[in-house]
Design a protein around this ligand. Sequence first.
Ligand SMILES: Cc1ncc(COP(=O)(O)O)c(C=O)c1O
Length: 440
Amino acid sequence: MSHTVESPGSATVPASVPPSPLRTASWARIRELFALDPTTVHLNTGTVGAMPYEVLDTVDRVTRQWTGGLLDVYRPAMFTEYRAFIGRTFGVDEDEIVICHNATEGVARVIHGLDLRAGDEVVTTTHECYSVLSNFNLLRNRHGIVMRTVTPPSGHDVRAEEIIDLVESAITPRTKVLSFAAITLFTGTMFPVRQLCELAHRHGLTTVIDGALIPGMLDVNLRDYGADFITCSGSKFQCGPLGTGLIYVRNKVVPESNPLPLPTFWPLISTWYPMMGSPPPRTTNEVASYNMGDYLQSAGSANLARGAALTRAFELWDDIGRDRIERYVMDLAEYARGRLIEAFGEKAMYSPGVDPRLRSPLIAFNPFRRPEDAWNIKKFITFVKRLETEHRIWTRWTEFDVPGSPHQHYAARITTHLFNTRDEIDHSVRTMVRLAEEMS
Ligand SMILES: Cc1ncc(COP(=O)(O)O)c(C=O)c1O
């Protein structure tokens, strides 16, 4: 990295430095780090988080450093140190991490880089983000692949085995790819990622995981999931700048995590891919034969502040403690789930609650008394809008298929994060109860 650009702190921090005071700071103190509007309640991190002031400052500072100088913008745009730093947080190497523009771009670059031909089948679910389904559908229209989509069960009582059995039932001898979200955005279901990847290994499938909601929420080792590709957002739970995302691309064979050979992959949008001839064959062991991360990262000039600011957000999370953040976020979600069930009943819940493996901090529910209101889109739009404009509570509504239902269902969705509090949940649930009554 050029001497004029800041590098991730811990790359230069000696091992003897004591842990950051943030490691034991109160959640009230941690909340002060964020550029939150004190008059609003932000329960929509599943869409976009709130940036810490330090991240905002980094965007500004690094943008200024690179303005009007005579600096080489191409080499730093490889984000080598930032990728190494972020990779370490997730237990993977620099050659397996790419800083891209968002989850949508990341997954599109993966899907269109797969070596799929007419008749090849992709197993996925109807609960995937539009960014996933539209790109596979484009491949269907363009190349004649076949999409086999299943509709996952929703509701308080769903168990992980139901999801695994359903996915398995869609796999045929022509299936080449299994794709699903680690945490779904519509019902907030935490998919059993490792078990589904093991299922994929048994059937020789390439796995494409939409992990948009993983960074900043879960303290995980990405390699341990056993997937081939995981695409992430940097601006949701990780609270980096808008326009940041990550691609994890498996670039070596570590049999304990995934024993399958590396899939053929075409790195789209690359100025590193050879201009003549072919790259070396992909490795069959734990030593990479080339840096696939560089192939994808090298994509012309870049906004250099993005890499620095996203890395600053990662450093802050490491200082606070990712394990601690995950626990807080999940505990607060359980508190919120309890309050929502008290207020609206178990039957109103679309998110899993009984099986702890499937719970996430995204909770979707029907706040209206009449079950048929669940397919009244106008009510949901109005409910979310009124929460926002009259009560300054920011949520969202979602729409999704429900097995056996002729209609799409709609739900209100809240998300808990490290800057939210129990008081905010109490206040929001009380407000939602009143508003739903008024609208019933
Ligand atoms: C699970 C999931 N995947 C993908 C996306 C797309 O993210 P982005 O619009 O930031 O690219 C979202 C957005 O909410 C999401 O929740």
